[in-house]
Design a protein around this ligand. Structure first.
Ligand SMILES: *[C@@H]1O[C@H](CO)[C@@H](O)[C@H](O)[C@H]1NC(C)=O
Length: 323
């Protein structure tokens, strides 16, 4: 009798194991993508891992007052002109009454001798403004993916109390007034919006600026991703993007596509940023000449060099309400 019940027991255990396996293999927990869960190599992971890099300047207390919105601005080390334009326009302190908005610049280092001088300048600039995060990765076009992932990790470590995060380039006209009204408070989970690109594909021509070999990126299409000029997301997504996917998503030197790959991995679809009634596109990825009342109905417009941003902002700040 004992042998009999042991056999029954083993049969039951075997059956349950079989069910659990079948359940996992159908990809039930990972229904949004069917690719294999093979972690990337340790060397590749090191490139994208926050533990590889150290802070030279950090702002660990920046989010103490639970900001409604944190603006993260990637900028080149020597580009103090762009930083000052942002500080004087949409990145101003108390730019929207009754909303707590902060901005932080993300910067890497330069190679060689010029670096010490630039870092001294950044330290002085930071003493005045307290808005610089400087990390010791090389600040290059190809390392923008690293910079973006360091932003995600910074939010996850130092700023979970914020409601929203926006990644925005410095040469963008940002209608911060429209944006803050557009965002729902309290925030929902897993929300990310901007200008969604649905039909992206890797360039296989080795001469292209955006060339990707089949070895680095085997798929023939990109998942939906957001134009890197400016996109907004709920704070909870920063940790998900920075932690879970990076062990599985091979780094590619296109930071906006990389974030799209991470979103696919965590099963979150980016939402096209449109106006409520007329479904107008709110994230304009073309340059438009400044027009106060046209800009009052948009969130971003691209390609605003520092001088043009400063020149147009004082008009917009005073008069946008009148449109
Ligand atoms: C990215 O940064 C790392 C760390 O500084 C550096 O070793 C690497 O060469 C950089 N990569 C590129 C493509 O600039």
């Amino acid at each position: 009798m004992r042998v009999h019940s042991l056999a029954k027991y083993l049969l039951l255990v075997g059956f349950i194991t079989f069910l659990v396996n079948a359940f996992l293999k159908t990809g039930y927990f990972d229904s949004k993508n069917n690719d294999k869960q093979t972690p990337i190599t340790a060397d590749l992971f090191k490139v994208i891992s926050p533990s590889t890099y150290r802070f030279i300047l950090n702002q660990p207390a920046a989010c103490e007052q639970n900001p409604d919105l944190v603006l993260l601005v990637p900028v080149a080390p020597g580009d103090s002109e762009s930083r000052n334009a942002v500080r004087g326009t949409w990145g101003k302190r108390d730019v929207v009454p009754n909303k707590k908005i902060i901005k932080l610049f993300f910067i890497g280092v330069l190679e060689g001798e010029q670096n010490d001088k630039v870092n001294d300048g950044l330290t002085r600039e930071n003493l005045l403004h307290g808005d610089i995060i400087l990390m010791d990765f090389l600040d290059s076009y190809h390392n923008l993916t690293v910079k973006t992932m360091m932003m995600m990790s910074w939010i996850a470590n130092y700023c979970r109390s914020a409601s929203y995060v926006m990644k925005i380039d410095a040469d963008i006209f940002l209608n911060i007034y429209y944006l803050i009204n557009f965002l729902p408070f309290p925030p929902k989970a897993n929300f990310i919006t901007g200008s969604v690109i649905n039909d992206g594909a890797p360039r296989r021509n080795a001469k292209s600026k955006w060339y990707l070999s089949e070895e680095v990126y085997p798929d023939s299409t990109f998942p939906p991703y957001l134009s890197g000029a400016g996109y907004v997301f709920t704070t909870d997504l920063a940790a998900k993007i920075s932690l879970a996917p990076s062990r599985y998503v091979r780094p590619i030197p296109m930071e906006d596509v990389y974030v799209g790959l991470c979103l696919k991995k965590v099963g979150v679809r980016p939402v096209y940023g449109r106006s409520m009634f007329w479904l107008r596109n709110l994230f304009e990825v073309r340059h438009l000449p400044y027009d106060r009342c046209a800009f009052a109905k948009l969130i971003i417009v691209t390609d605003f060099p520092p001088a043009e941003l400063l020149r147009t902002w004082s008009d917009f700040e005073k008069e946008h309400d009148a449109c």
